[in-house]
Ligand binder design. Structure first.
Ligand code: NAD
Length: 432
């Protein structure tokens, strides 16, 4: 089987800032504004479990290399821990903490019965063969052992991981349970290949959710998406799907940046053609139907919509002033830091925050998990329709709450999440 991992390679890590600090500040702002119960605030201000594993894997030359993997479980009061696995050199405990915490808020906003978790391995997958990737993934799964489980903590794809990686995790996990448990444990991971129990529509789900949110925003603003222009940072799973799904609206992709560089064409870049090019060439660099541009010019592109769909801390005090857009729709997790957020507000740029805008992935993961539990397989139309309803519902809750509290949409989204979690703690209480 052809592995799509090599085309998800990331060689240029983003500038490393402590992204967990962003989460803490966002959380504090919302907690103050909504007057979150101080006891519940203490619980949510910290993660529940932080698992760090050092494990060996055999390389193609027969030698062993050691790897460091993480799984952070933030909160599971709403349901089993849920969140992706990232393979990237910049993965560290603070990044995983932040991503796990955002998962808790995201699931609460989407109204799905999951808590928040995230994990990953700190390494550069571009330096490893298909066989090494398989052995690293299987040993990581083995090392996590009882810390994941289909009713306890369910991983999924994230940066540089895909359905093939999920299939290896599934197979390794199933090999470690009793034969009686095997067919009851298919929902140990989501984002699986369809043949191995994956869901229709999971591959495009995050991009689809982002586009449903943009559609809703356009309706609210009386903004015509036909002939609208958009730019995207990151042309992997989320970015390429968002671009392809905006095409039927008649919107025009005018600039794209990934880890290989940035390209621009004011006449429009065809997302389907670019996706084929990126699959072959492992990046946007050299795409013939566009001009190469530098990082600063990319950020200065005049467009209606900017979809960051790469890594954290991209919209900052340095880059936010350059933006010339009406809307930032966060496909990525944490693409905007605290200063960046402030500048977007000063510039009156609308924001669809990550914990709302990229929730489509975990929503369809929930559908996949449900289908596996019920031994069902839903048609794509059914998945899409259910996703649309959940995204629109979440969008309305965030919009109404932001208006009610007279605050920005990120803080409004946090208040939606914190209110629903607070409600559960209030009724259940704290053991003993
Ligand atoms: P991916 O590995 O498929 O793609 C990552 C993209 O980011 C690639 O195009 C890569 O070239 C680009 N990139 C990496 N470093 C960059 C840099 N320094 N500058 C510019 N571009 C860079 O990953 P993905 O699954 O599409 O995830 C992208 C973002 O979306 C992440 O923040 C992830 O956490 C978030 N997200 C993903 C999902 C999902 O279902 N996959 C769900 C929710 C959120």
């Amino acid at each position: 089987m052809e592995l799509a991992i090599a085309d998800k390679i990331t060689q240029k890590p983003a500038i490393k800032r402590n992204v967990y600090e962003n989460v803490t500040q966002q959380f504090n702002k919302a907690s103050d504004l909504m007057d979150l119960d101080p006891d519940i605030r203490k619980i949510l201000a910290t993660t529940t479990n932080e698992i760090i594993v050092h494990f060996p894997a055999i390389m193609d030359n027969g030698r062993i290399e050691m790897f460091t993997g993480y799984r952070v479980q933030h909160n599971n009061v709403l349901g089993p821990y849920k969140g992706g696995l990232r393979y990237h050199p910049a993965v560290d405990i603070d990044e995983v903490r932040a991503l796990a915490t955002w998962m808790t808020w995201k699931c609460a906003i989407a109204g799905i019965p999951f808590g928040g978790a995230k994990g990953g391995i700190a390494f550069d997958p571009s330096k490893h063969s298909f066989g090494e990737m398989e052995r690293i993934t299987r040993r990581f799964t083995y090392a996590l052992n009882g810390n994941i489980g289909p009713e306890y903590d369910i991983p999924a794809p994230d940066v540089n991981t895909n359905s093939q990686i999920m299939a290896w995790i599934l197979d390794t996990y199933l090999s470690s349970v009793t034969p009686q448990e095997r067919n009851r444990s298919i929902h140990i991971v989501t984002g699986k290949p369809i043949a191995s129990g994956g869901s229709q529509g999971r591959d495009k789900a995050t991009g689809q959710g982002t586009v449903f949110c943009i559609e809703q925003w356009a309706k609210d603003k009386n903004f015509d998406l036909n002939n609208a222009t958009y730019m995207i940072q990151g042309f992997g799973n989320v970015g390429s799907w968002a671009a392809k799904l905006l095409k039927p609206f008649g919107s025009k992709l005018v600039a794209v940046e990934d880890h290989t560089g940035a390209i621009s064409n004011p006449e429009g870049i065809d997302p389907d053609k670019l996706a084929i090019y990126v699959k072959e060439r492992k990046g946007v660099h050299g795409y013939p139907a566009a001009e190469p541009v530098d990082h600063e010019s990319f950020f200065k592109t005049k467009a209606d919509i900017f979809i960051p769909a790469a890594l954290e801390n991209q919209i900052t005090a340095e880059t936010a002033p350059l933006l010339n857009v009406k809307l930032v729709a966060e496909g990525a997790n944490g693409p905007t830091d605290i200063e960046g957020d402030g500048i977007l507000q000063e510039k009156n740029i609308d924001l669809l925050p990550d914990i709302l805008c990229n929730g489509g992935g975990v929503i369809v993961s929930y559908f996949e998990w449900l289908q596996n539990k019920r031994s069902e397989s839903w048609e794509l139309e059914e998945v899409d329709e259910r996703l649309r309803k959940k995204v629109i519902n979440a969008y309305k809750k965030v919009k109404n709450t932001s208006q009610e509290f007279n605050t920005d949409w990120r803080t409004g989204a946090y208040i939606v999440a914190l209110s629903s979690i607070q409600e559960v703690y209030r009724t259940r209480g704290i053991f003993p």
